[in-house]
Design a binder for this molecule. Sequence first.
Ligand SMILES: Cc1cc2nc3c(=O)[nH]c(=O)nc-3n(C[C@H](O)[C@H](O)[C@H](O)COP(=O)(O)OP(=O)(O)OC[C@H]3O[C@@H](n4cnc5c(N)ncnc54)[C@H](O)[C@@H]3O)c2cc1C
Length: 462
Amino acid sequence: MSSSVLSALHEVLGSRGLLAAESVDERYLVDVLGNRGEPPLAVIRPADTRQVSAALAICHAAGRPVITQGGRTGLALGQLPRAGEIVLSTERMNAIEEIDPDAGTATVQAGVVLQALQEKVEPQGLMFPLDLGGRGSCTIGGNIATNAGGNRVVRYGMARELVLGLEAVLADGTVLDGLKPLLKNNTGPDLKQLFIGSEGVLGVVTRAVVRLFPLPADRTVALCAVADFGRVKALLRHARAGLAGDLTAFEVMWDSYYDRAVTLLGRAAPIAPGRAYHVLIEACGTEAAALADKVERMLQGALEQEIVADAVLAKSGAEIAQLWKVRDLAIEASRLLDPIVPFDVSVPIARMEAFVAEVQAATKAVDPRCDLLVFGHLADGNLHLAVHQPPDRPEAFHAIEQAVYGVVGRFRGSVSAEHGIGWLKREYLQHSRSPAEIAVMRTLKTALDPRNILNPHRIFLP
Ligand SMILES: Cc1cc2nc3c(=O)[nH]c(=O)nc-3n(C[C@H](O)[C@H](O)[C@H](O)COP(=O)(O)OP(=O)(O)OC[C@H]3O[C@@H](n4cnc5c(N)ncnc54)[C@H](O)[C@@H]3O)c2cc1C
């Protein structure tokens, strides 16, 4: 049966569009962290929506599972193939089809790399504001499928807020053309929202119209040392009031993270370690001098009111990059605790300090050697945690997950703030979603993909 599927796929995709098992490159098997999937039946590389539609119709008729891949930077193992699946890579669908500076929109194919879009619109004085560490590899289709967040959510929102129109292909090959560049379109349920954040289980995103914003004339970054969590919250209020719409990032690093990141820097730390929290504040504005003035006044006020114990303000692009470098060392800093159990959770800001303390206690109860590292997009209520798993106790991985997600559930948080459920967190979906919600999700899945061929067993346990 698989040979007839492969020959039908070859007919619609041609030799460039179909890589049979023996010629599948290693890169389709591994994610950015080096996690490995299983050998797929084949990799298909459609060139356009028409080919996606024809290929899915063939797979649907044959009941052959398909796993969609963008840049493979996803952190929930959702994109890695399982034995016998067909990988659908969007890598050839990488055209930026149109930029409309008047409307502030770009029409892109799903396989466009995030950084390529950012760099393409910049010379026109425009910005695509979604930004995250995987920018050099992740794709717009992957960003939409995972409803990616990242560094500027506090100002521009997540991917969901940045998509105006969407084209998606359903499991049976039906093309849903919702590629309208309209901000206002109240004509019944907004179907595009079904595909944003649904991690490819309801359809393959093929094209999108995304929002662009004026490129800020200037960007300023400050790093602040703060003594306790009450002052971190006070600093957020103070920065919001002082910078208003110019505040684009408010990233908080617990000392467990900061101390390790500055060790990795290999040069003098911007602020010496030794304080409980370090906060990276970014502001962007349309008028350079006014922005610098605003940020300096905000910082001055924070120092005078003793909200902040110490602060440095970047004076050049190079200094801005150096300050961001501390925060961008997240993966490397986490690896210092290897092997780790990683977490990407949301909790209300008001309860964050108590949450971290409970997580600490719960993981130490699993094993007193469970060291913890914490950082995150605090203004969005999003924390990333890495918990050391004692290497002589492999079973502790699961116990640590259960302990942390148990605390997340008690704090009415989310087991995935931005990375998604994928394969990794399926068991814990019920900590964040009620039985009724999960039942509705399954009903949608069955209605749109009755043969369960799209990203099967991702998000939901079998
Ligand atoms: C260093 C680093 C930093 C990161 N920082 C952040 C961050 O701050 N915020 C954040 O949200 N994420 C972050 N991520 C995670 C990751 O970059 C995002 O999840 C990204 O959106 C995934 O895009 P991708 O193209 O790599 O998708 P993939 O990894 O290829 O796929 C991810 C999921 O989306 C599905 N998918 C991909 N393309 C499509 C499509 N066209 N149609 C339907 N389904 C599709 C896949 O099947 C899979 O389930 C980071 C990753 C790294 C490595």
